[in-house]
Each structure stands twice: as structure tokens, then as C-alpha cells.
Write a protein that binds this ligand. Sequence first.
Ligand SMILES: C[S@@+](CC[C@H](N)C(=O)[O-])C[C@H]1O[C@@H](n2cnc3c(N)ncnc32)[C@H](O)[C@@H]1O
Length: 266
Amino acid sequence: MLHTVKRLINYLLFTKKPAWVARNWSGATDHEVAYWNTWVADDGGKYAEDFKDRLNPNFPLQDQFTALLNAPEGTEVTIVDVGAGPCTYIGKVYPGRTVNLIPVDPLADQYAEIWSKNGLTVPIPTRKCMGEDLRSMFEDHTANLVYSRNALDHAIDPIKIIRGMIAICKPGGHVLIDLEENEGQNEGYAGLHQWNFGREKGDLILWRPGFKVPLGQFMSQCGDLNVTGRDGWISICLRVGESWTFPTEVSSAGTSSLVKYAEDLA
Ligand SMILES: C[S@@+](CC[C@H](N)C(=O)[O-])C[C@H]1O[C@@H](n2cnc3c(N)ncnc32)[C@H](O)[C@@H]1O
């Protein structure tokens, strides 16, 4: 009951334009850091198994990733995890191949502090980078796989991040985004949960109250797009094409252009 009331209040309060998300973002990061503080202090709490796996430097790269990478023995694969949190979910070992795994997150400094105060170290420390700034950290066309799990709904400008994820991926490589479907709405727009990735008449959309972008249409212009759903999660997999275009009006100038585009759409 309390949860329903909280969701309703948040819905009414946060029916705002995307520009508001940008202003709100820094003020909401404490909520995220507090969550991970407890997660580390409790050794993962109810996610203890996942906690152990993430901290295991010998944990194998999961099938969902090796199936996409399909890398011949003796090669090196570069994987970027965007919005990786304190310790990447991605496994570290791919027998016969070298894994160059780079987790990034805007809250990396706060996460490093959490590990340090708990006297723990992680196999691959997360590096500091806003998802929106991927192209200032990575060269274009350099990663075999660019992944993001449960993070883009927390961002200021998910479209700019996706544009960057596609740009830094090699042609023929994959951009894979796993999210809980309509997570902003599920969480009542609390903390950093500001966006919804969902499906409307089978098409992938990015939305929040009063605002909607046909994300699937954009991504399809960049390669082969496959969107699937399972157990409340949505998995967005793009095999990046040899040459592609992403609508420039929503990709070059961040949130302000995104807002303008959505207003034009309305
Ligand atoms: C729920 S956590 C998920 C962490 C990790 N991917 C996982 O599945 O455990 C969401 C993460 O998104 C990050 N995040 C928030 N805004 C972001 C942005 N603009 N760019 C990239 N990551 C962002 C947060 O700092 C947080 O670590």
C-alpha cells in the first residue's frame, strides 16, 4: 500500500521534461551510492552468490557474451561495460582468449571509497566515465562488445550514451543492453531511476511521462536489431553494421537536442 502511494506521488511529481532529469541527476547520486554501500557491507545481502562471482577473478565469461563474441582461440577481445557499478557483472575469463574488460561508471570514485573502507579489492576496478562521454574515453570502432546492464534508465541522456556505444563498437561487433522493462515507472522515478525502456506495438521505445522516442527505429539504422523480453527484463542487442547513420538531431548535443526532438515529435 505504502509503495503504491509512493509510486503515485512520484509519478505526479516527476511528470517532467527530460531537461529536468539533467538538473536532478547529481542530487540523486547519493541514493545510488547508499544502495551499493549496503550491498558491499552485507557481502551482497540477498545477492550473495552474485557478489561472490563478481569478486572472483577466475569467473568465466557468461554464455550470453561468448555467443556474441564468438572469438577464435588466440585472439583478444575488448569489452566495455557502461554503468558497471562498483564491480562489473561480466565474467573475467574466456579460455584461450585474452579479455580486455573495461568497466566504467560516473560514480567510480565513490565506489572505490566503498571498497577501500570495507578492506576489499575487486578484480577490475571501475573507471570513472559518464556514459554520455564514452567517446572521449574510447576510440571509435575499437570494442568487440559494448554492454550495459540495468544502468541506462539511470542516465541523463540514454540516447547520447547509445549513440556512443555504437560509435566505439567495431563494425560486426555488438551493443548489448539489458534492462528491467519500464524501470523508471516500476521504481516510481525514485533516485536515479528516470527513464523507461519498453515496447509499444512490438517497437522499442524510450519514454517517461509526457515524452517518447522511437528508439528501435533509430537503432535499426545502425545494424541488425533484436529486442527480446523475459521475466520483466528487456534485452536490446544490436549487431553493428559496416556503415551506419544515427539521426544527428538526437545524438550530437545531448539532452537539449533530445528534448527538442521529443517536442517536435509531440
Ligand atoms: C543499478 S546500477 C547497475 C550497475 C551494474 N551494471 C549492475 O548491473 O550491477 C546503475 C548504475 O548506473 C550508473 N549510472 C547512472 N548514470 C549513469 C550515466 N549517465 N552513465 C553511465 N552510468 C550511469 C550508476 O552510477 C549505477 O552504478
